[in-house]
Design a protein around this ligand. Structure first.
Ligand SMILES: [Zn+2]
Length: 394
C-alpha cells in the first residue's frame, strides 16, 4: 500500500538557498528538454489531412525520448559543470517529468484524458524536486539528510506508521515555506505464503439460521451479544415510531436509536473480525458465493438479514487473507443449493425443505451443507483455473 506524509521543514538560510538554486537549475533544464521535444514535433509531424501530395521531409533527427534525453545529462554536466552540484538521481527526474507531461498531452493519461500543451515554466514556477531512492536511516531525530543540501530540520507532527518504509522523498517550495513529502510503502507485500496449501480449502454458505454453514459441517451462529444488541435496536426503532412527531420525547428516542445503531454496527464488525480470524487460522483458501446484489432471488431475500452483514464480512475476510498470504475465492452462486454436491443432479426444492435428498445418488444431507460443499468444489476448480492461466502467462 502506498501513502504519503508531508512535513514542514526548517532549512537554514544556506540550505534554503541551495534548494532555491537547485529548483532554478532544474527549471532551466526542464524548459530546455521541453523545447527539444517541441522542436522535433514541429519539424516532423505531418498530419494526414494536411499533407501535400509532394511532401518535403526535413532530415529526420532522432526523436527525443526519455532515454536519449536522460543520456544527454552526462554532456550537460561537462558543458555546464555547476549541474554536478545536483544529486544525479534528482536531475534524472527532469527528463522523466518531461516524458510524462508530453505523453499526457499527446496520448492522454491511463483513463485517456488528455492534458493541455505542456508549458514552459517561468521563474519560481518549478516547485518540486524528488529523490527517487531514500535510505530509512537518513530520516531520524527530526532531521532529514538530503544529499547535496544537508541535514534539514523536520517538524514531525506525526510518526510514520509501523511497517512502512520510505520509497521516495520530494522537496516542495510553497508560499509559506518548504515541505518534504515522504512516499511510504508497506513492506508487508502480500505474497502467497510459501507453505500455502490449495487443498486446504473450505466453502461457506450464508445460512438462514446460522451466520454461515461450512463445507466441513461446522456451523457458526451470530453470537448472543450481537442478537441481543439487534433486539434492543428494534425496540428503539419501535419507540421512535410510537412517539409524536416533533416532540422532545421523540427527539430523545431518536438519539438513543442512533447510539443503538452504532452499537450494533461495532459489535457486528468485531464479530466479523473474530470469525475471519478463526477461519483463516484453520484454512488457506476460503470459497464464498459471489455477491449478486442486483439479482436477489427469493432464497436470497429470505437470507437478507444476514446479507446485510455478509458483504462487510467478505471484505474483512479478503483483506485479512491478503495480508496473511492466503486466499478468498468468490464463485458463481447459481444453483448452489439446488445442485447435488455428490452427483451434480439439479433438484428444485422450496426454502422450507431443509434437507437435500438426491433421487439419483440417494445422498441425504442438510441443504445448507450441500450448498457449502458445492461452493467449496467450485472454489477448488476456480483456483486451479487461476493457477493454470498464471502458469501460461509466465
Ligand atoms: Zn446426487
Amino acid at each position: 500500500m502506498r501513502i504519503s506524509y508531508q512535513y514542514k521543514i526548517k532549512p537554514t538560510k544556506e540550505q534554503a538557498e541551495k534548494i532555491d538554486k537547485t529548483l532554478e537549475m532544474l527549471r532551466c533544464q526542464y524548459n530546455y528538454l521541453l523545447a527539444q521535444r517541441f522542436d522535433w514535433y514541429e519539424q516532423n509531424r505531418c498530419p494526414v489531412d494536411r499533407c501535400p501530395l509532394i511532401c518535403y521531409l526535413p532530415e529526420l533527427k532522432d526523436q527525443p525520448n526519455y532515454y536519449n534525453q536522460k543520456a544527454s545529462l552526462t554532456q550537460l554536466k561537462i558543458d555546464r559543470p555547476w549541474y554536478k552540484e545536483i544529486h544525479s538521481q534528482v536531475l534524472q527526474e527532469v527528463p522523466k517529468k518531461v516524458e510524462i507531461t508530453f505523453e499526457r498531452w499527446l496520448k492522454g493519461d491511463i483513463n485517456g484524458k488528455k492534458s493541455g500543451r505542456p508549458r514552459f515554466k517561468s521563474q519560481g514556477q518549478y516547485k518540486t524536486f524528488t529523490y527517487p531512492q531514500f535510505k530509512r536511516e537518513h530520516f531520524a531525530n527530526n532531521k532529514i539528510k538530503l544529499s547535496r543540501i544537508g541535514d534539514v530540520k523536520v517538524i514531525v507532527h506525526r510518526q510514520i506508521p509501523d511497517g512502512f518504509y520510505i520509497k521516495a522523498v520530494s522537496i516542495t517550495r510553497k508560499a509559506d515555506g518548504y515541505y518534504v513529502t515522504l512516499s511510504l510503502d508497506d513492506k508487508r507485500v502480500p505474497t502467497i505464503k510459501p507453505d500455502f496449501d490449495v487443498d486446504n480449502i473450505v466453502g461457506i454458505d450464508v445460512g438462514l439460521i446460522d451466520f454461515y454453514v461450512a463445507s466441513d459441517g461446522s456451523r457458526t451462529k451470530a453470537p448472543k451479544y450481537l442478537r441481543k444488541a439487534e433486539r434492543k435496536l428494534k425496540s428503539a426503532q419501535r419507540k421512535v415510531s410510537r412517539r409524536t412527531k416533533g416532540s422532545n420525547r421523540r427527539k430523545k428516542a431518536i438519539q438513543k436509536l442512533g447510539k443503538r445503531h452504532k452499537k450494533v454496527a461495532d459489535t457486528r464488525k468485531d464479530f466479523h473480525f473474530k470469525t475471519a480470524k478463526s477461519l483463516l487460522d484453520k484454512y488457506d483458501v476460503i470459497a464464498v458465493e459471489k455477491l449478486n446484489i442486483k439479482g436477489l432471488s427469493k432464497t436470497r431475500l429470505a437470507k437478507s438479514i444476514n446479507d446485510a452483514g455478509w458483504g462487510q464480512f467478505v471484505t474483512i475476510l479478503s483483506n485479512k487473507a491478503a495480508n496473511a498470504g492466503l486466499k478468498v475465492i468468490a464463485v458463481n452462486p447459481n444453483d448452489t443449493s439446488q445442485e447435488c454436491s455428490s452427483c451434480g443432479q439439479k433438484l428444485k426444492k422450496p426454502l422450507s425443505q431443509r434437507m437435500h435428498n438426491c433421487p439419483v445418488c440417494h445422498g441425504s444431507l442438510c441443504r445448507d451443507l450441500n450448498a457449502a460443499i458445492n461452493i467449496k468444489n467450485r472454489g477448488a476448480q476456480g483456483l486451479k483455473a487461476q493457477t493454470m492461466s498464471s502458469l501460461r502467462s509466465l
